[in-house]
Design a protein around this ligand. Structure first.
Ligand SMILES: [Zn+2]
Ligand SMILES: [Zn+2]
Length: 500
């Protein structure tokens, strides 16, 4: 797959999600957009950079059939005026005749509409003006007419359109309105009649393609990898109309629910897709929603780092305005101020929990060593000091430096011996990667040696769980304030090995 130009992160993700048969079938799928048009050479296992957008060089694309046509621009001042009045700016696409399709846009505000969900990298964005090529608008209009009629929109071809490209002002002078539009995204997607997903890979396939193919295309789509589109999918589920996410194929759209629901049984790729989308809609308290979010977000990224907090805040249902009003480097801290409770196992997770927590630049964990009375509780309180958990901790009185390459350190309580090692395993890695990791172990060893008061927070999940290596900063009563150092594995050494 890599030789054919597939993205390393997509391939890795599919390798994790699919069984061998499904993976093989997916590899035989022709990927128009992934293999032939995009450059995935700098992508890593966890992140795809091909869909990152550089606004300076961004170019809006025409349809494949287009020989060249003009852009239709909307009046950004008018959009701004509608937004300032508290309304959602929409446009209706008007075509005067099919023979001479002279497409025009008409401002409307109170009409059922379709909100588009697309990855900018595929060409439907515009970083410079609020305009789109005529050919694209005409194509979109055609897609609308095939959408199923609803109670409030019996005639699909009359549906208005909401697309960020036209509806979020880009001009620098309208920055305040841009923020206003972003804070109103939730309402925009909730109140849409349909949310239509436009993705090149999916649109190169048909509705009649096999279930496996459709699902594999969804899994390997650029749409699935963007944080904004996740927010859009999620918001569409929280709206008043219920499920309205439609996935566009070359010959029409399929209701998202129908794509993953079968009367008989789900095939493996469908199950995999469902795992990624089971978070829709997000339910429960902040802690459980955040927990689901961290699972779902591991495959998604945004082009602009500061956008992450906007998406996350919106997804969790908090006030986006507080984020957009803040400076970009303060946004993560504000996001955390919304969350006073996190899943307690978060302190043992490598990714993406650490991605979320790590951005705050502070990973202090609090430890009450005496009791594990609240072990059944899944939630940990959080304040400006960090996360409060109640777990057993081993504090080092003394620690023996590495005696064996994979053991690193040996701890003993007089009876039993444990080995303390960095939390990496060789599984799924090639020799070169593994060599790099073993070289990084020196950093782990250094952090243990340099921790003035080192300790290991034990995980309740003793079989698979990682342990958190911390340094104890101070004590207040029975509470120990710790700073995160690294994730570690702890093995009980057998008697024979213990003697070494
Ligand atoms: Zn990639
Ligand atoms: Zn065109």
């Amino acid at each position: 797959m890599l030789r054919e130009g597939w993205c390393l992160s997509t391939t890795t993700m599919l390798h994790e999600l699919l069984d061998t048969t499904r993976l093989y079938m997916t590899s035989r799928m022709r990927m128009f957009n992934n293999s032939t048009q995009q450059d995935h050479s700098s992508c890593t296992k966890v992140e795809c950079y091909a869909n990152q957008v550089d606004e300076k060089t961004y170019e809006t694309k025409h349809t494949q059939q287009c020989q060249g046509c003009g852009h239709i621009t909307v009046d950004a001042e008018k959009v701004a005026a509608i937004l300032r009045q508290g309304q959602i700016p929409l446009v209706a696409i008007v075509e005067s005749s099919s023979l001479h399709p002279d497409t025009q846009l008409e401002f409307v505000t109170d009409r059922p509409y379709v909100a588009l969900s697309h990855a900018w990298a595929q060409g439907l964005g515009n970083a410079h003006t609020n305009s789109l090529p005529e050919c694209q608008l005409s194509k979109i209009k055609g897609m609308f007419s095939q959408l199923p009629p609803t109670a409030s929109a019996p005639n699909s071809s009359k549906l208005a359109i909401w697309v960020d490209t036209l509806r979020i002002p880009v001009a620098d002078s309208l920055k305040d309105v841009r923020k206003l539009a972003i804070t109103r995204l939730a309402t925009t997607y909730q109140e849409a009649e349909h949310v239509l997903v436009l993705e090149t890979g999916l649109m190169s396939s048909t509705r009649s393609a096999s279930r496996i193919e459709k699902c594999s295309r969804l899994l390997s789509s650029a749409w699935l990898r963007r944080l904004w589109t996740y927010q859009e999918a999620l918001l569409s589920k929280n709206g008043n109309h219920g499920d309205k996410l439609q996935i566009q194929f070359s010959d029409g759209a399929i209701h998202f629910e129908n794509l993953l629901r079968s009367h008989h049984s789900l095939c493996h790729s469908e199950k995999a897709a469902q795992t990624l989308f089971m978070a829709l809609p997000l339910t429960g308290n902040t802690s459980s929603r955040l927990s689901t979010l961290t699972r779902t977000l591991q495959y998604r990224t945004t082009s602009k780092h500061e956008d992450e907090t906007i998406c996350l805040t919106s997804v969790l249902g908090h006030d986006v305005h507080k984020i957009t009003a803040a400076k970009t480097d303060e946004r993560m801290a504000i996001f955390y101020s919304f969350i006073d409770c996190v899943p307690r196992n978060m302190i043992f997770r490598t990714f993406p929990a650490s991605k979320l927590l790590g951005t705050v630049g502070r990973r202090n964990h609090l430890q009450q060593s005496r009791s594990i009375a609240t072990a059944h509780s899944l939630e940990a309180l959080r304040d400006e000091n960090g996360v409060y958990v109640d777990l057993v901790t081993l504090e080092f009185c003394s620690i023996t430096p590495p005696t064996w390459p994979v053991w690193h350190f040996v701890m003993t309580d007089g009876k039993q011996h444990w080995s303390l090692s960095p939390a990496e395993s060789k599984a799924g890695r090639n020799e070169e990667e593994w060599k790099k990791i073993t070289m990084e172990w020196a950093a782990f060893d250094k952090s243990v040696v340099e921790a003035v008061r080192g300790a290991v927070i034990l995980n309740e999940d003793r079989v698979t769980g990682l342990r958190t290596l911390v340094s104890i900063l101070r004590e207040e009563g029975e509470t120990r304030f710790c700073r995160f150092l690294a994730l570690a594995r702890v093995f009980v050494l057998t008697t024979t090995l213990g003697r070494v």
